[in-house]
Design a binder for this molecule. Structure first.
Ligand SMILES: Nc1ncnc2c1ncn2[C@@H]1O[C@H](COP(=O)(O)OP(=O)(O)OP(=O)(O)O)[C@@H](O)[C@H]1O
Ligand SMILES: [Mg+2]
Length: 279
């Protein structure tokens, strides 16, 4: 049976594209047949993540408009035959895509693949709505970072799903910093899940390797790093396994880290002067 996961977020830049591409790679490496569908029309990124930026000939909109067959637009990832990319169109807007066409594409893809991962644009606008309107059986993965703004925007996504009578999302909390969680300055993934009252799918720590991988046009799952370890657990959960949760921030910090962690030093307010006087 095929599973379709929609990666959504209220706030932008929380890691949807990085995490969906990474999970697509891990699922394909586990022997599954996977399609990564870039639904971020006008702002595509997944071709870059998979090193396919020079191979795109046809895209999602070409399939929707009948200019090519679905099979012609699907690009196989280099050295990973189980993974294909359906690239987003670059010069169109979300309103140009007819959800009925997307629905048809999804039902064709589901017949031949185990997993379809859909990377959506941020926000509650047409881009996400088009995907949510494209049929039943979609499971939403709400990606967010552990801050108030993101949690508030996450609530809006949950309300949109309720409005559409779709099941609640599973939560993927990204960029957790154990030291800050331990110091009580950042929410843990569990706290965010409790606040939003949705099940936790997984948690990924802040990891400089994510940026360093991106700089090399690679994904964090291609390197030994904490983000990879976290993503492997999440890929297992998507396949129905039940690995333990790491619960970043719960582990006791060493004496040195507890006592010598740099504390924020607030600037003293300067009376009657422009705010940037001491620049
Ligand atoms: N766990 C992490 N640790 C460090 N950096 C991260 C992590 N996850 C994502 N990033 C960085 O955050 C930035 C945004 O990531 P990404 O493009 O995947 O987000 P997005 O949600 O798809 O954004 P958009 O809403 O614009 O589509 C990137 O620079 C990425 O390298
Ligand atoms: Mg993105």
């Amino acid at each position: 049976m095929s599973s379709t996961f929609v990666f959504a977020s209220g706030k932008g830049g929380v890691g949807k594209s990085t995490l969906s591409a990474s999970l697509a790679v891990l699922l394909a490496r586990a022997g599954r047949s996977v399609v990564l569908l870039d639904a971020d029309l006008g702002l595509r990124s997944q071709d870059l993540f998979l090193g396919l930026e020079n191979s795109v000939v046809y895209d999602l909109m070409d399939v929707a408009s009948g200019k090519c067959l679905l099979s012609q637009a699907l690009l196989e990832a280099p050295d990973l035959p189980g993974l294909s990319l359906l690239p987003a169109a670059q010069f169109v807007r979300a309103k140009d895509l007819d959800p009925r066409k997307l629905k048809k594409m999804l039902s064709l893809l589901r017949k031949e693949h185990d997993f379809i991962l859909i990377d959506c644009p941020a926000g509650l606008e047409r881009g996400l709505r088009n995907v949510l309107n494209a049929g039943r059986g979609l499971e939403t993965i709400l990606v967010l970072t552990p801050d108030d703004l993101c949690v508030r925007d996450g609530e809006q996504v949950i309300s949109l799903l309720e409005e559409k009578k779709l099941p609640p999302p599973r939560l993927l909390v990204n960029r957790l910093q154990p030291d800050l969680i331990h110091a009580g300055e950042m929410y843990s993934a569990r706290t965010v899940a409790q606040v939003l009252d949705v099940p936790l799918l997984g948690e990924v720590p802040e990891d400089p390797m994510v940026y360093r991988a991106q700089l090399r046009r690679r994904l964090p799952v291609d390197f030994h790093c904490e983000a990879r370890t976290a993503l492997l657990r999440i890929a297992d959960r998507l396949q129905g396994k039940d690995p333990p949760f790491p619960d970043y921030g719960r582990k006791k910090l060493s004496f040195l880290r507890r006592h010598f962690a740099p504390r924020p030093r607030e600037l003293a307010p300067v009376q009657g002067a422009p705010a940037d006087r001491d620049r």
